[in-house]
Structures are given as structure tokens and as C-alpha cells.
Design a protein around this ligand. Structure first.
Ligand code: PGA
Length: 248
């Protein structure tokens, strides 16, 4: 596990985008795992800039998103389909046939989850999975208590997560109660992980993830077991780390 501490959110966004862009240039048909939430927005803006100004080519890239709310159709303005289209996919030359996001409106959720897992395998696994982290230690929608070996499935969202995400909805009541999410085991099978965190509200979660005991009560701690995990954080998010990571 490599911990990289940068000064601020802008640097975090540029550094994250550079890592993704390096992979796309090296392996134009790579499989990228994307995340939603506030953290990757700056990185997505930088990837759009790299596409528009430097010709970064996504035409052969395959993408898999971590999760989607159950009950929201892809066109719903609060769905993660909509989020990705608005903040990234609508501005780069990714091929829609290669874009995968769980269908939150699927009639048969179990079948949708099995299909998602099979589809990831069909493309040879995810080369680089981008991850945010919840203040409660969740990754994707794997809330505290999630099995560390779990696969793509439906999860009930914790009240704290619903409250955090209410900022994207007009009221708390509107925030869905369930989501389809890649499992912790699914995430851990990605060949590389890039976990990003910014701001002091993530400092406890980052300290537990990097230096705490591995526990299902803090699903993000499992990334300590990954050989190719990079934890990319800004100074505020790293403020509660005990170790010195300045050498990297
Ligand atoms: P955030 O969410 O990027 O909006 O902080 C991260 C997460 O909840 O996984």
C-alpha cells in the first residue's frame, strides 16, 4: 500500500487524473472502475481537460461504476448514471457500449448483480478501481458490517450515509434506502486501487484505513491487504495519520 499526501484538493485531482491518464495511454483498452461522490469531481474535470486539450483517447476504454441507487432509472437526475454522464462520460469519447453502471431499476436485482460480476470477468477484471471513502469507513456502498468477501449485491444504506448524500437530493426522504454495489471482494479483485480522500471530515476514516486493524466494521481497512493500492489524500484528510509518509 502506498500513501501519497498532497497539499490540497486541486493537487489531488491532478495527481489522480495523471495516474488514470498514464494507464489509458499505456493500455488504451484498459478497464477503469469509476466512483461517484464529491471527491472524484475535480479529477473528472481534469480528465475532461486532458481529453479536450491533449487528445486523451477513451474510445477503447471499458468502464465499471461501483454502485447505483435502487429504484432510480438511468435518466433520473439523482441516479449515478446521470451523475457520470453529466460529470465525465458526456464530455469524453468513451464508447457507450463499454460503459457499465448497475441498473437500479432492474426488475430482477439478483440477476443484475450476477450479470455485473460476469461482465467484469468477461473483460478480464478491472485494471484500476477509483474509490472514495465514507466518513464511516464504507467503500462503494459497502457499509460497516459488510462481509469483506462480499460480491455485487443489494445493500441497505446506513442512516448516516443517507444523511451525507441528502445534499444531492431535495430532502432526506428522497434519498433511496437501498443500493446495488460491487462487493468488497469484487473491489479487492481489481488489479490496482486508487483510494482518494480530501478534507478533515475524512481524517478519522483515513487514519483507520491506513493504520487501524482490518475489520468489517470499517470495510475500507481491507485495502491494506491489496498489493497495488494507492491511498491518495490531501493534508487535511491525512491529518490524523501517525506515520510519516512525506517521503513519497
Ligand atoms: P464523497 O463520498 O466523495 O462524496 O465524500 C465518498 C463515499 O461516500 O464513498
Amino acid at each position: 500500500m502506498l500513501v501519497v499526501v498532497v497539499d490540497n484538493y486541486d493537487e489531488l485531482s491532478r495527481d489522480g487524473a495523471r495516474r488514470v491518464a498514464d494507464l489509458v495511454r499505456k493500455k488504451p483498452d484498459c478497464v477503469l472502475g469509476f466512483a461517484t461522490g464529491g471527491t472524484p469531481l475535480g479529477m473528472y474535470a481534469e480528465l475532461i481537460r486532458l481529453h479536450k486539450e491533449e487528445g486523451l483517447d477513451f474510445s477503447k476504454v471499458v468502464t465499471f461504476n461501483l454502485d447505483e441507487y435502487v429504484g432510480l432509472t438511468p435518466s433520473h437526475e439523482r441516479s449515478y448514471h446521470y451523475f457520470m454522464s453529466k460529470n465525465l462520460f458526456g464530455h469524453i469519447n468513451v464508447d457507450p457500449r463499454y460503459v457499465h453502471i448497475p441498473d437500479g431499476a432492474a426488475g430482477d436485482v439478483a440477476e443484475q448483480c450476477d450479470w455485473y460480476e460476469a461482465r467484469i470477468k468477461q473483460f478480464g477484471g478491472i485494471d484500476l478501481q477509483i474509490l472514495g471513502i465514507g466518513a464511516n469507513g464504507h467503500i462503494a456502498f459497502n457499509e460497516p458490517g459488510s462481509s469483506l468477501g462480499s460480491r455485487t449485491r443489494i445493500k441497505t444504506l446506513k442512516e448516516k450515509t443517507r444523511r451525507n448524500n441528502a445534499r444531492f437530493f431535495s430532502s432526506l426522504e428522497e434519498v433511496p434506502k437501498y443500493a446495488i454495489t460491487m462487493g468488497v471482494g469484487t473491489v479487492m479483485e481489481a488489479h490496482g486501487l486508487l483510494l482518494m480522500a480530501s478534507g478533515s471530515e475524512k481524517a478519522d476514516a483515513v487514519a483507520a484505513t491506513v493504520e487501524g486493524p482490518i475489520t468489517a466494521q470499517y470495510p475500507a481497512t481491507i485495502v491494506q491487504m491489496h498489493r497495488f493500492a494507492t491511498i491518495l489524500i490531501d493534508r487535511e484528510a491525512g491529518a490524523k495519520l501517525q506515520g510519516d509518509y512525506s517521503g513519497f
